[in-house]
Design a protein around this ligand. Structure first.
Ligand code: NDP
Length: 475
């Protein structure tokens, strides 16, 4: 039998009774075993994520089955390569205790533990997003969170914001479509959403989008089906994922990319770095890369899922960024959030730690829990064999164009309707009916002038779209 100890390793002789002055008297200050227990308990939570607070995680592998070396030198993307990964799925708006089966975008964040360091692809189950400039992100998220006075979610705030943001209409149409409530995390696609770049061994850059198509098939829930589930089970996605892996029904996704050359990017009739738009499949076909499979549950939810920290800034040689404004904002914001939420050395935690050696001069700060190193090289350049840069890893120049200015992106490209229209036209009558009813349901309590403003945007997508929502609102 293992003996219970304090954090300092001292055996606990009694874990049932505090030390009191006399049989019925008050507790003595010297009972530090009680004090340690209470203070540890007070510190059992780290601040919850402002977004994507409710999540589920699992380990798995990426198997690359196709040769895409003409686009990238990244070792993780070479044919035959097998790379361990950790994935965290999540809802966006709800707090840590929120129900899983809610109408919301789902996070689809993957950490690949590659031989060249960690590659984090922090995506969603949708190929686009509501906004395209990070300047609007805190405003958008405020509309999804609780109203400061009522402490309730606020439909009025959501539609007030969306109805003034025509670029949100594509993602709004996806959110209120039948795919807006996935049946489980296993039954949805994943998308890197942003445009990134790939760099080959000749140091040539192409633009790229990442797609993961579920091999379990798309399965969705109606509002009514979701309400019934939530009444009985707030953890339906967590339960589904954990049990599937426990029962060795390992979920998998087929991994594809879309590629656009730098010349093509200059010619396409839309901004290819606008995250509110997709690249049409017929113009930029899906190219198969391989498959990801999830095959191992975490052993400890807090240590592995709650402390997992992903950042789009973690890319490996052969994979890089694009001028996508929202991506550029996320490159800063994710790491900053983890430094606040988990602490200075969060990437030393087992779930975040790369499999390669980490060599740098960032040793000090809260909670450096590595084995102490005896070093004289604690600055660079030094004469004591400290780690040095390697210019072989230099990327090709990153193409930029023009003077620094707060450019209004709507002057560059104001077509926010043709892509939601293409999606709307793909829907059958039943899917359109669901879309209209789901939007109408989410407009409960919304002021008239805001509804009218939203209807004007639906009309721009299609008069049928506007008429359908209007009818459902009366309905
Ligand atoms: P296609 O006509 O070639 O294919 C339609 C795509 O839409 C498929 O990827 C399908 O996913 C997906 N889809 C179907 N219903 C929904 C929904 N309710 N929510 C989200 N995705 C859905 O696509 P195009 O490239 O010609 O683009 C037309 C429209 O399709 C776009 O405007 C966009 O809204 C949507 N779309 C396009 C994607 C792209 O990368 N080009 C990716 C996802 C959506 P599946 O294959 O799993 O059925």
């Amino acid at each position: 039998m293992k003996k219970l100890t304090t954090n300092a390793g001292i055996v606990v002789e009694d874990n049932q009774n505090s030390i009191t002055a006399g049989k019925r008297g008050p507790i003595l200050m010297q009972d530090y075993k009680l004090i340690e227990k209470l203070s540890q308990f007070n510190r059992e939570r780290v601040p919850e994520r402002v977004v994507h607070a409710k999540g589920s995680g699992a380990y798995g592998v990426l198997r690359v089955t196709e040769d895409i070396s003409k686009y990238t030198k990244a070792q993780v993307l070479q044919k035959g390569e097998v790379t361990r990964l950790f994935i965290r799925f999540s809802t966006v708006a709800g707090e840590r205790g929120a129900a899983d089966a809610e109408r919301d975008v789902r996070g689809f964040a993957i950490k690949f533990y590659t031989k060249e360091g960690n590659w984090d692809l922090v995506g969603n189950n949708t190929p686009v997003f509501f906004i395209r400039d990070p300047m609007k992100f805190p405003d958008f998220i405020h509309t999804q969170k609780r109203h400061p006075v009522t402490n309730l979610r606020c439909n009025n705030a959501m539609w007030d914001f969306w109805s003034q943001m025509p670029e949100s209409m594509h993602q709004v149409t996806i959110l209120f479509s039948d795919r807006g409530i996935p049946a489980s995390y296993r039954h949805m696609n994943g998308y890197g959403s942003h445009t990134y770049s790939l760099i080959n061994d000749k140091n040539e850059r192409v633009w790229v989008k990442f797609h993961f198509k579920t091999n379990q098939g798309i399965k969705t829930l109606t509002n009514e089906e979701a309400e019934k589930i939530i009444a009985k089970d707030r953890e339906s996605h967590q339960r589904d994922l954990f049990n599937a892996i426990q029962n060795k029904e390992f979920p998998s996704w087929t991994f594809y990319i879309q590629v656009m050359s730098q010349e093509e990017a200059k010619k396409v009739p839309f901004n290819p770095f606008d995250v509110t738009k997709v690249w049409l499949h017929k113009d930029f076909p899906l190219i198969k890369v391989g498959e990801i499979e999830l095959n191992e549950n975490p052993k400890n939810y807090f240590q592995e899922v709650e402390q997992a920290a992903f950042s789009p800034s973690n890319v490996v040689p052969g994979i890089s960024f694009s001028p996508d404004r929202l991506l550029q904002g996320r490159l800063f914001a994710y790491t900053d959030a983890h430094l606040y939420r988990i602490g200075t050395h969060y990437e030393k935690l087992p779930v975040n730690r790369p499999i390669v050696e980490v060599n740098n001069y960032y040793l000090d700060g809260q909670m450096n829990f590595e084995e102490p190193k005896e070093i004289n090289a604690y600055y660079e350049p030094n004469s004591f064999n400290g780690p040095k840069e390697d210019p072989n890893y230099k990327e090709p120049p990153f193409p930029v164009d023009g003077d620094g200015y707060r450019y209004d992106f709507r002057e560059d490209d104001s077509d926010y309707f043709s892509q939601p229209r293409a999606l709307f036209n793909l829907m059958n009558d039943n899917q359109k009916e669901q879309l209209f009813n789901n939007i109408a349901a989410s407009m409960e309590g919304v002021e008239d002038f805001i509804i009218k403003r939203a209807l004007r945007l639906f009309e721009e997508i299609s008069p049928e779209y506007k008429a359908g929502v209007e009818k459902a609102l009366k309905g």
